[in-house]
Design a protein around this ligand. Sequence first.
Ligand code: B16
Ligand code: MG
Length: 216
Amino acid sequence: EKEGIIFDLDGVIVDTAKYHYLAWKKLANELGFEFTQEQNELFKGVSRKCCLEILLDIGNIDASQSQFDQWMIEKNEDYLSYIEKMDASEILPDVPRVLRYFNERNVPMALGSASKNAKPILEKVGLLSYFDSIVDGNNVTKAKPDPEVFLIASKNLGVVANKCVVFEDAVAGIQAANLADMTSIGIGDPKTLREANYNFTDFTEISNEFLDSLIQ
Ligand code: B16
Ligand code: MG
């Protein structure tokens, strides 16, 4: 049976967390409170709506539904102004080598991200054509650690779940991959991502031999 590879976006392919941070910080400051880089860690892999809920909690702010929606739009517009300026120089180290490696071997690849902006970001950095399926915040109803996003990707690729390999930088993403019965590979701090089947700090640590072992 054939294998399939699923990549998270933010923290795996590009570091968009820094732009999310700037946009959330701007909103927090406008609302009169501070938002630290440390607090931004809690936002990784979390949907836009949940992020705003956490942010308003931090600032102790009650919002009406219409205010809440307005702030969601404001944050996203600010975020998109950063995305607009992205190019291939923002791809994380050795990601293109890994994508090419699987592409040359005809291993199907999908994106499994919580972001509703996944497609424009991949387009901006020139990697969209590598993916056979994009599953993102527009296609899922349940957030990671729910395995929904990865199960849809597996279905779209036509690859059974236990033959899928997931690259993730967030704890909730590793848990989602494990719940989906997929091979989970943590990209980032191995202590934080200790639930992963394999751990690497970044893609430069991953040899072609290891990639090969994933598709045997
Ligand atoms: P958007 P991932 C996630 O991306 C980010 O890590 C998270 O911080 C963000 O809130 C979420 O996407 C939604 O993004 O506002 O663009 O829909 O790691 O799942 O690729
Ligand atoms: Mg991520």
